[in-house]
Design a protein around this ligand. Structure first.
Ligand code: ATP
Ligand code: MG
Length: 427
């Protein structure tokens, strides 16, 4: 008797055959003459029926929700069963009898979030995690196809990347260090050796505000490469996004369907993406928000308003230097404008930020001072401009923001198995 995955039966590959499955009880319904079990494994659910005269009856009676088991029986098509197939069970062996499972239908969202370690068994989280794994594969495929080398940057760092307000400090023996907010500066080091580099690694932000798009620990898809300009950067980013969306539309159809996510919006993602300048964005927004002026940062509501108008991913580029980080390269003839670009999507707003990095040592020092940062902390970063500096660009995209958009998730916390927010870090 072959030990098989439930998916194979649902795909019609074992019609009429004797099969063995291993999994957990998802639902149970008891009648006088028949017990119905809905059994799940990593691949899906199948209905299993146990007749009163079957040797499996006693075990079936004892089974509780989430008990683990091995079940033998005959697989057959049955239009009434969810998924169109069922197993008529001959024998059941209980592996682990579960205590009363705390998750029942009427539990609140809050409660479900408190017992995340058990909720991860739900079909919903199972599907999201599968799409997440696939999206990571698709992203890596694209980087590899473009000749990028994957690298592993550190998470303990000694100098801030982004602003100090979202920096997590920590005791490192008797020194003060930080958790990294982005791997960008380290990718910049590595491009002098490997040229096109990328990483997919955690970033940490001490975000106090509770929004649908912020976590304190998220996964950051970052790329950095030399001898490139803003146009190369936007072409790369839209290429990556298109590859991820098209591959997901092709290979994750079932997951989108079961999650009730709108697949049409990812099918529609195609290069080239619309591009508008920050100045044009301000002009557009001014019609609804007359007080907005050039130099203001775009907030979530502004980004959302723009993005909902486009109805698909697009770029906003050339932001004011004053609202950008110290490493952003500025236009030599208009230093008040930085070569910076955000990709935005409907409902979420920003999902990536990229730009050209300042490659002139003296301009960089000036920017570090202007921002009130300590030059000494960035000495190694300045070395990159001292020894064979090159024009280079890079970007960072939040994996969970991407998934939140793709899968129409209400909140970013469902895009990651163990979300970290101000209030949540258990388990
Ligand atoms: P925001 O203004 O939305 O807080 P940001 O501009 O500070 O974001 P960046 O420093 O540009 O963020 O980070 C690059 C990308 O990382 C963002 O475009 C976003 O996709 C993702 N990201 C940033 N902060 C978070 C966070 N707290 N949680 C999840 N993803 C994030
Ligand atoms: Mg940004």
């Amino acid at each position: 008797m072959a030990l098989i995955k439930i998916r194979e039966i649902l795909d019609g590959r074992h019609e009429g055959a004797k099969v063995t499955i291993r999994g957990w009880v998802y639902r149970k319904r008891e009648g006088k003459e028949m017990i119905f079990l809905l059994v799940r494994d990593s691949t899906g659910f199948i209905q299993c029926t146990i007749r009163k005269n079957s040797p499996a009856w006693n075990a079936a009676e004892r089974l509780t929700i989430e008990s683990s088991l091995t079940l033998d029986g005959v697989a057959k098509q049955d239009k009434r069963a969810p998924g169109g197939y069922e197993i008529s069970a001959d024998s059941i062996s209980i592996i682990g009898l579960a205590e009363v499972f705390p998750i029942a239908k009427d539990k609140s969202e809050e409660f479900i979030r408190d017992i995340r370690h058990l909720w991860l068994r739900s079909r919903r989280m199972n599907l999201v995690m599968k799409v997440r794994a696939n999206v990571l594969d698709f992203a890596r495929e694209y980087f590899k196809a473009q000749d990028f080398t994957e690298v592993s940057p550190p998470m303990f760092i000694s100098a801030a990347v982004e602003g100090g307000s979202t920096l997590f400090g920590l005791k490192y023996f008797d020194q003060n260090l930080y958790l990294t907010q982005s791997s960008q500066l380290y990718l910049e080091i590595l491009l002098y050796s490997l040229e096109n580099v990328y990483c997919i690694a955690p970033s940490f932000r001490a975000e106090k505000s509770r929004t649908i798009r912020h976590l304190t620990e998220y996964w950051h898809i970052e790329g950095e490469w030399p001898f490139a300009d803003m146009n190369d950067l936007m072409r790369f980013e839209e290429g990556l996004m298109t590859h991820v969306c098209q591959s997901a539309a092709d290979k994750c159809k079932k997951e989108f369907e079961e999650l009730g996510a709108d697949i049409a919006k990812v099918v529609q993602v195609k290069t080239p993406f619309p591009r508008i300048t920050y100045t044009e964005a301000i002009e557009k927004l001014k019609t609804k928000k007359p007080h907005l002026k050039w130099g203001d940062d775009l907030g979530y509501e502004d980004e959302k308003a723009l993005a909902d108008e486009f109805g698909k991913p697009f770029f906003v580029y050339d932001y004011p230097t004053a609202i950008k980080a110290f490493y952003c390269k500025t236009y030599r003839d208009k230093p008040e404008v930085a070569m910076s670009v955000d990709m935005m999507v409907p409902r979420i707003g920003e999902i990536s930020t990229g730009g050209a990095r300042e490659d002139d040592k003296d301009v960089l020092i000036k920017r570090i001072r202007e921002m009130g940062l300590n030059e000494k902390d960035y000495d190694w970063y300045l070395d990159l401009r001292r020894y064979g500096t090159v024009p280079h660009v890079g970007f960072g995209m939040g994996l969970e923001r991407l998934l939140t958009w793709m899968l129409d998730l209400e909140n970013i916390i469902d895009a990651i198995p163990f979300p970290r927010t101000t209030r949540r870090f258990y388990p």
